[in-house]
Design a protein around this ligand. Structure first.
Ligand code: APR
Ligand code: PHB
Length: 390
């Protein structure tokens, strides 16, 4: 079989790239190792930057997001028992974010791909990008007991942090930068009304907490937990008690609790691979970088990578120019590193660290204090949260 672009991974990055390519007539195939149901079962992020919402609309998969998504003009930081609002809209000259679950984004992109005839192969085992250091790359995979080969012009590694694409690059050709944090996030989803109309990020001596949502009737909550915490040690009751202890009193009292429909612990890490291009292989999304979820940047960085990669591929096929492809890695990494910085800053400002000590706590408190005494400081926070320009 032959295609122009072989995409590994049917998450947001792979699906968004595939749809934009299909819409411009650039033939592509998505190879996904899991089942479609498994991909859709994963509960992930929920805050979209305007650039991401615009790309979903450009892909023709933004209708349900426009109808069901929740536009948010601000969020609260809670510390010292009080909530302080960050006026995103006012501080950024009218920008806002859209609260809309990544699962829904994935669902909408899958539906659009099915409607426009894009080929996705699910349960593709042992996917392997090959000869991407030549101008005749190909990908092999196993399905139904047979080995298949797809010859292509380019391979897009959109297969996430644990994928095969980055691991297929010779060690000498890639440099990685990593920082793991000494804690994780225990998250739950419950069909209860959110405690607040906007998100609340809480810094508390017992640890960080986040109040988010998926709709007016479905809440998404997180508490910081020690590394390697076991979900089984957290019955719902314990979770509700703990998150309410980390919130200002009035907010805790107003919280509606109920049975969790999903509960899991996620590790918190920062990771970047450089470069993001290896001959005819390009990495996009989590395959190339990971951010702590504190800044809500993971999905949005996948979208900006796809913006740059799609524009470059489109230019290659439409204008026979490789300029965009040659510039992709540097351009994508410039935005990735700024998001890494912001996510690292927000994580250090809002979490409790085992080795923080009294001096570290004082510095953290001064950081929060300064934020709400300086429009310049709060503007830094707001302009990063809504998303820096592409
Ligand atoms: N072969 C084929 N598919 C693979 C392989 C492989 N060897 N390894 C992983 N995959 C698939 C995964 O099953 C997943 O569906 O690649 C997809 C990668 O999707 P994501 O991990 O969602 O990554 P991405 O599309 O870059 O989206 C980034 O997802 O993980 C969140 O927080 C992250 O919000 C961010 C977003
Ligand atoms: C979520 O709703 O899952 C969410 C929101 C904001 C974050 C992280 C996760 O920073």
């Amino acid at each position: 079989m032959r295609t122009k672009v072989a995409i590994i991974g049917s998450g947001p990055a792979g699906l968004l790239l595939g749809q934009l390519l299909t819409n411009t007539g650039v033939d592509n195939v998505i190879l996904e190792r899991a089942t479609q149901e498994h991909v859709l079962s994963r509960i992930r992020a929920g805050v979209l930057e305007e650039g991401t919402t615009m790309m979903l609309q450009e892909a023709g998969a933004g209708k349900r997001m426009r109808a069901e998504g929740l536009p948010h003009d601000g969020f609260d930081l809670a510390f010292d028992g009080r909530r302080h609002r960050v006026d995103l809209f006012g501080l950024t000259g009218g920008k806002r974010v859209m609260v809309y679950g990544q699962t829904e984004v994935t669902h909408d992109l899958m539906d659009k791909r099915a409607a426009t005839g894009g080929l996705s192969v699910y349960e593709a085992a042992d996917v392997l990008p090959q000869d991407f250091d030549t101008d005749r790359p190909y990908v092999t995979y196993k399905k139904d007991g047979k080995t298949h080969r797809i010859d292509c012009d380019f391979i897009a590694g959109c297969d996430g942090y644990h994928g095969i694409a980055r691991k297929s690059v010779p060690e000498a050709a890639i440099e990685t930068f990593e920082r793991t944090f000494p804690f994780g996030w225990l998250g739950i989803v419950a069909d209860v009304p959110p405690v607040s109309a906007e998100l609340i990020y809480a810094n508390h001596p017992r640890g960080f907490a986040l109040c988010s949502m998926r709709s007016h009737t479905r809440s998404r909550y997180y508490v910081q937990v020690p590394v390697n915490e076991k979900v089984d040690d957290w019955p719902d009751e314990r979770f509700w008690d703990e998150i309410r202890r980390r919130l200002p009193e009035k907010t805790a009292e107003a919280m509606t609790t109920g049975p969790s429909i999903e509960k899991s612990v996620a590790p918190i890490r920062s990771f970047v691979a450089e470069p993001l291009r290896f001959g005819r292989l390009f990495l996009a999304g989590d395959a190339g970088h990971i951010v702590p979820p504190t800044g809500a940047k993971g999905l949005n960085l996948a979208a900006s990578d796809v913006r740059y990669l799609f524009d470059a591929l489109n230019e290659y096929y439409a204008e026979k120019s490789s300029a965009g492809l040659d510039a992709y890695s540097e351009k994508a990494l410039a935005r990735v590193w700024k998001a890494e910085r912001f996510s690292w800053w927000m994580t250090n400002t809002m979490h409790r660290f085992p080795d923080q000590g009294p001096f570290g706590q004082k510095i953290q408190h001064a950081e929060l204090d300064y934020l709400f005494q300086s429009r310049a400081a709060l503007t830094m926070l707001a302009e990063n949260y809504v998303g820096l320009p592409y």
